[in-house]
Structure formats: C-alpha cells, structure tokens
Design a binder for this molecule. Structure first.
Ligand code: ARG
Length: 458
C-alpha cells in the first residue's frame, strides 16, 4: 500500500519497492510513531481542524494498534513503505474514513523527524544510565586501590610511580565528560518539529504548543525547512557515541595489556574470558578486544551520517532515510559494549604485587631523586643532569637507585645524604604527590568520593 497512489498509473516494481522501503529498520520506532500521531490527532481535535469525536476514534484506534503490536497480534507488513505508512494504513483499515483524517496538516517529513527525536531522546538517557553504572564501578575500584603503587607510563615506558586508583579515575573523568556531552546533546535535540509539515508549514490553524506539551518536548522548532531537514541530532549523538568508544577502546587496550603474561597486573574473571580451540593454556580477553574493535563500527556510523547530510539541498531528500540504520547501529553497539564492559571491569582480579614489582624497575623514581636534590638547594636542571649520571652508573653496576651505595651518590653530587633513600621509596614518592589532581592515596580517596557523589546524585 502506498499513500501517494493518485498520481501514478503503474504499480511499483517489487525491486523498487524493496529498495525504497524502510520498514525493516524503522519499525523499531512504532511506539514513537503512534505517540506522535496520538498527539497530532489530539491537537487537530482541540484546534477544531477535525471533530473531537473523530480525533477520539483515531486515538482509540492507534492505542489498539499499539497494544496489538506489543502483544504480537499485529505484525509489520514487510512490503509496507515505512512504519508511518503501515500504521496509517492499519488505522484506516480498522476505523475507516476517520483514519484518513489523521494526516491533515502533516507530512511524513515532519513525522519521521519527530519519531527519530522521540526515539533518540530515550536512548540518550539509556546510554547515560549505562555510563553512570560504569563510572560507579570505576570509583569503587579506585577507592579500593587508592594506595596500590603501579608504574605510570609515557610512550609505554615506565615514567613515574602512580596509584592504580588514580589511573582508573582518569577514565572516570573521560566518562563524566561523555555524560555531560550527552546532556548537551539532549538539550539541543529537545525541539518538536511537527507542524513543519512537508517543508513549508501549513495553512491550518494548528497549535504546535499543544503537540509539544503532549509529547514532552522543551520547545518547538523555529523554521519549517530546518524542522524537516535537520539531522544534527543524529550526527551529534553519534559523535558523542564515537567519543565514548574512543574511551572504551583505550581502556580495553590497557586491560588487554594488563592481563598479558608480560604485565599480569590483572586477571579477568572466567565469565568474561574465552579460551582457544587449540592452545589449552589460553585465556583471552575477547570482550575487551571486541569493544576495541567495535569502535570502528561506531566511527563508521558517524562518518555515514556526516556524508549523507553534507550535500543535500533543503529540505527533505530521500537520502535522509539512510540516517536510521547508522544511528541505530551506533546506539545499539555502544549499549552492548557498555553492558559487557562494566561487569568485566567489576569482576577483574587486581594483582597489586605485580604492579609494585613493575614499578620497582626502570628507574621510575629518578625524577624523585632530582626533586630531592632540588629541595636541597640544587637548581633543577643541574639536579636532572646529576640524576641522569646516577642512572647511567646504576646501569653499569647492574643495580637500581634504591640499592646504589651512598658514596656513588656523593661522587656525582656531594649534597646527597642518607635521607635520599627514604625520599625515593615508591610508597613515599606517591604519598608526596598531593598537589591537586595527583596520584597520592589521599587525593585518590577524595576524588573517588567526589566522582561517586556526582553519579549518585540523580
Ligand atoms: N521513510 C522515510 C524516511 O525515513 C520517511 C519520510 C518519507 N518522506 C518522503 N517525502 N518520501 O526518511
């Protein structure tokens, strides 16, 4: 069934119909489509554009369709052009001529826009909730491992000692920013496009405020052309989802490294690992690898949306039907990744001894030796050079800064005293890094608390 039959003499060919149809993917918006139509019919009735009795029968019919779809009594016709056509056709079949009045002062162009917005507004909230769950798990773990010493890296080379809790909280910051990006995105998305009609608004005395109120939008769109041709909300949401995937993917990469035998900082729970069909000893971090890999899909979805939109003249063009598969895939993928990732993180076993052991190698406290000299009056640049010489001496002697005898220290710089050994113990090094934003255990505890309060407040 097509809504636009009158002008045409021939039936659409089967292949054209299949090519043109979007019901296989837009049927997931059936609730939003019905919700939008109920609000529209109610508004038409209240404004006297159709009779209130007609509006009442339309609303009743739509409600019945909704419950029949939900119960499985009514299934989608795969040959329908789209979800809008299907529901309007079904309504008219059920209630007759009144059904034909529903589309007064409306177009599928503003209809599809309101459907997607209603659908995505809910999904933004769903993704936000999943992110909050993840941040809670991160904050709990950070608290638990606030004084666990581990190597901090730059260039994947051991750099300076930090705490595991501090490392984890870096990810909490990323995901908190993502949450605020979602909030921003939701604010901009919260504009009701119905009433834009095909492109040029309408001559009927509609009241868009009524529809807006009924559908729970913050405001109405200001320009009818923009109302039907804007897909910024898809692009913006997908962009935020892409950034979430960047963060999840980096975290996954670290988890994959950390559970290798070379690091062995953590072990993933059996429930979140897989084996090999040939190598009996293997325990693989497939979940983290899949999350890392799926980032590519979401970036691709964002690129699809940008490319679909970049060259189309105002207002609606059928290219825009391509928006849905991309944004739905991005949303589904991120939700799936978060659903798998959070419990994987929650159940991992942390191995502090191995982190400590790794931190004890690689002259990770060299900066602290230089800082000790600086605090004892040596200019930093000279202290830096002297410490470099000490590291070279350690390498020659096959030892480390903790075990290098004091006379070797004195040979390089006679300011050194016995005190230097306390100042370069790893625990001491991290405990002194109390400047705001640093890895000292007391900072980590305070930050974990702050993060928890942020995600528990709503
Ligand atoms: N299925 C279409 C879409 O997703 C609905 C809008 C159709 N509008 C039109 N003028 N053909 O974009």
């Amino acid at each position: 069934m097509q809504l636009w039959k009158g002008r045409f003499k021939k039936e659409l060919s089967k292949t054209t119909n299949d090519f043109n149809s979007s019901i296989s993917f837009d049927s997931r918006m059936f609730r939003e489509d019905i919700e939008g139509s109920i609000a529209h019919a109610t508004m038409l009735g209240r404004c006297g554009i159709i009779k209130t009795t007609e509006a009442g029968r339309i609303v009743q019919g739509l409600k019945e369709i909704l419950s029949d779809i939900e119960s499985g009594k009514l299934t989608f016709d795969p040959d329908a052009e789209d979800i809008h056509t299907f529901i309007e056709g079904e309504l008219t079949e059920r209630i007759g001529d009144d059904g034909k009045r529903l589309h007064t002062s409306r177009s599928r162009n503003d209809q599809v826009a309101v459907d997607i917005k209603l659908y995505l507004k809910k999904e933004v909230v769903n993704v936000r909730e999943l992110l909050e769950e993840l941040v809670k798990v991160i904050a709990d773990k950070a608290e638990q491992y606030s004084d666990t010493v581990m190597p901090g890296y730059t260039h994947l080379q051991r750099a300076q000692p930090i705490t595991f809790g501090h490392h984890l909280l870096a990810y909490a910051e990323m995901f908190l920013r993502d949450i605020s990006r979602l909030d921003d995105c939701l604010k901009r998305m919260d504009e009701m496009p119905l009433g834009s009609c095909a492109l040029a608004g309408t001559t009927y005395p509609i009241n868009r405020e009524i529809t807006k109120e009924l559908l729970g939008f913050d405001r109405v769109t200001n320009n009818s052309l923009d109302g039907v041709s804007d897909r910024d909300y898809c692009i913006e949401f997908s962009s935020v989802l892409s950034i979430i995937m960047v963060h999840l993917s980096r975290f996954s990469e670290e988890i994959i490294m950390w559970c290798s035998w070379e690091f062995k900082f953590i072990e993933l729970d059996d429930a979140f690992s897989t084996g090999s069909s040939i190598m009996p000893q293997k325990k693989n971090p497939d979940i983290a690898e899949l999350v890392r890999g799926k980032s590519g899909r979401v970036f691709g979805d964002t690129m699809t949306l940008l490319t679909v939109m970049k060259g189309i003249a105002l207002a609606y063009n059928k290219d825009m039907q391509e928006d849905k598969e991309a944004i739905f895939d991005a949303v589904d993928t991120v939700k799936m990744c978060l659903t798998a990732f959070t419990p994987m993180l929650d159940t991992m076993r942390v191995i502090p001894e191995n982190m400590r052991k790794a931190a004890a190698g690689g002259f990770i406290n060299a900066t602290d030796v230089a800082d000790w000299l600086t605090k004892n009056g040596v200019p930093f640049r000279d202290a830096y050079k002297a410490t470099g010489e000490l590291v070279a001496r350690c390498i020659e002697l096959g030892t480390d800064l903790e075990s290098l005898p004091l006379d070797e220290y004195k040979k390089v710089c006679n300011v050194f005293t016995d005190d230097v050994y306390n100042a370069i113990s790893l625990e001491y090094c991290v405990s002194q890094r109390t400047a705001f934003g640093g890895p000292a255990p007391e900072n980590v505890k305070a930050q974990a608390e702050r993060v928890k309060n942020l995600v528990n407040k709503d």
